[in-house]
Ligand binder design. Structure first.
Ligand code: NA7
Length: 543
């Protein structure tokens, strides 16, 4: 019997799920695990045909992590730490993918992951307080919470040059390398791009193909990896000390356990500096040189001493003087673009059949059916490789049509650059979390450590809401303004913002030029996030 005397508002539709997570890479897998521990009905949608995210897609020859494997791995399970055995100092893509597949199986995650399915649209239903999520397979679900674990370098960027797409032969983007074997033996191959991906694939191709031509727009600073197999003894030693090592990682500034510098590069003698830089070079670590002195990323003169050291090394490795000079970075300070790790990169230019085209002297005019036309000639190829990077940090987020309050899309809101509170939630988009997104420190740190911190904060936040019968969290516009300004102020104290890089959005034509990461350190950031939560989620409206 209907006892109502006045027409009631229709009941808010129940969400079919508690949470949807977009992406089954390092972030999404861990987020699913934690939400399931809370008893939340969670589904993960993953565009790839397997789990792994970055390590699923970037399967090009030579793809390898540039953070040490025993450090670049989850810390949340001591059992996993003890079971899994890394074989090399720097794990290659196949090994990291095996690890992530193992994690998915070991924690029984696969049953809640839908593969081969891309989330295309998510609309916030303000009355029902749910996200209405649509996929490219035509599925629609509703969920209270939406976690974008879609990766910071996951929206590939193709070269912005005329004629792109007109080349008649096969083309490959490093971040979309085919799963089946690609045989380039005996072919004339072009590689466009000399960032981390180009620096890794070039030495691999140099030994295999008939002719390799590298098109370089900006030379990189690459440091030696000195990769090697890990001995049973060092694995055992780390495993014995893992609990303390993991705690130290969580306390650290960059997610790696290293000694931090205390002196300026300008207060020591040139001889002392060179010795310190040499030790950093020999360490075979990405941060080996950068952590030599306190001021390398804030003082141009100090930085120049490190840059000069690397330039000298390039000259000592590359036999042909002219090629060495073209490979030498002179237009931006060392470390203001992410340095690359070198496993035979500079040495590859000493091999017969490898040549370098300096695009600052002879720019690309167009890609043609036969190859690449630069301002002086046409270069002919059988295959082309694009190592041209990503629309970093915001690209994977704005690629989804995310519609918040009042029909405003995230793309519209962030047209002049991303705005958020703690890099975790953005005003007007309640219950939408980003993992390793813009305005957080993630890309300047050991990514796994930052991902775990984000996922744990998000999980605690969701538990906090649930335990109090609350259904919504949203960033306050004032707190968001303050965080966005704080991130910019910190960046402005460094050499980073002046440099055209993917950190500043400058690699994508038309993208707002904003420094996209928090430079204050993962330790300070973690303390800030914890304090906000302790203060009852200061800066957020909970209802
Ligand atoms: P990066 O580091 O963004 O490198 C891309 C490279 O491609 C870089 O050398 C670019 O030159 C070059 N590029 C981009 N567009 C063009 C065009 N149109 N013509 C010529 N050259 C071009 O991407 P990666 O994939 O190597 O690495 C990305 C990150 O992922 C890496 O740092 C790790 O953190 C993981 P530019 O420097 O813009 O002049």
């Amino acid at each position: 019997m209907d006892t109502r005397t006045t027409p009631a508002a229709p009941a808010a539709p129940a969400a079919s799920l508690d949470a949807v997570v977009v992406g089954a890479g390092l972030s999404g897998l861990y987020q699913l695990h934690r939400l399931r521990e809370l008893g939340m009905r969670t589904r993960v949608f993953e565009a790839g045909d397997d789990v792994g995210g970055t390590w699923y897609w970037n399967r090009y020859p030579g793809a390898r992590c540039d953070i040490e494997s025993m450090s670049y791995s989850y810390s949340f399970s001591p059992e996993l730490d003890q079971e899994w055995v890394w074989s090399e100092k720097y794990a290659g893509q196949p090994e990291i993918l095996r690890y992530l597949r193992h994690v998915a199986d070991r924690f029984g995650l696969r049953e809640d992951i839908t593969l081969g399915t891309r989330v295309t649209r998510a609309v916030y239903d303000e009355d029902g307080r749910v996200w209405r999520i649509t996929t490219d397979t035509g599925e629609s679900v509703t969920a209270r919470f939406l976690v974008m674990a879609s990766g910071s370098n996951s929206a590939p960027k193709t070269p912005d040059v005329p004629g792109f797409g007109s080349f008649a032969g096969p083309t490959y983007h490093t971040a979309r390398w085919p799963r089946e074997d690609v045989d380039l033996t005996g072919l004339r191959v072009a590689v466009i791009g000399t960032g981390s991906s180009g620096v890794q694939i070039i030495p691999e191709l140099a030994g295999r193909v008939a002719g390799l031509t590298v098109f370089q727009r900006t030379p990189a600073y690459a440091l030696p990896a000195f990769n090697r197999p890990l001995s049973a003894a060092e694995v055992a030693e780390r495993k014995a000390g893992y609990p303390e090592f993991r705690r130290a990682q969580r306390r650290s500034k960059g997610g790696s356990v290293v000694e931090l510098p205390t002196r300026s590069a300008l207060e020591v003698t040139p001889a002392e500096r060179t010795a310190t830089y040499e030790a950093g070079w020999q360490s075979g670590l990405l941060s080996g040189l950068l952590r030599s002195y306190t001021d390398l990323l804030v003082d141009a003169e100090a930085n120049e001493t490190a840059a000069e050291f690397v330039r000298g090394k390039i000259a000592s490795i590359v036999a042909d003087e002219e090629t060495a000079e073209r490979l030498t970075p002179r237009t931006f300070p060392f470390g203001t673009k992410r340095p690359c790790l070198d496993s035979g990169y500079y040495a590859a230019y000493n091999r017969p059949g490898v040549s370098l085209v300096d695009l600052s002297a002879t720019p690309i005019e167009e890609i043609t059916p036969k190859g690449v036309r630069t301002s002086d000639r046409e270069h002919l190829f059988d295959a082309m490789v694009f190592a041209t990077g990503f629309d970093a940090l915001t690209g994977a987020l704005t690629a989804v049509e995310i519609v918040g309050r009042g029909g405003v899309t995230l793309r519209e809101k962030w047209a002049d650059g991303p705005r958020s509170c703690l890099g975790l939630l953005t005003a007007g988009f309640p219950n939408l979390f980003t993992v390793a997104g813009p305005l957080s420190p993630s890309v300047l740190t050991n990514m796994v450590v930052s991902i775990e911190q984000h996922v744990e904060w998000i999980t605690d936040c969701v538990a906090h809401l649930r335990d109090r019968g609350l259904t919504q969290i949203e960033a306050d516009p004032a707190a968001e303004d303050a965080w966005t300004a704080h991130v910019a102020e910190l960046a402005d104290q460094t050499l980073y913002p002046a440099v055209a890089s993917w950190y500043t959005g400058a690699n994508v034509p038309g993208k707002a030029r904003v420094f996209l990461a928090y430079v204050g350190g993962a330790d300070r950031y973690r303390a800030e996030c914890d304090a906000v939560a302790r203060d009852g989620y200061r800066g957020f409206a909970l209802s």
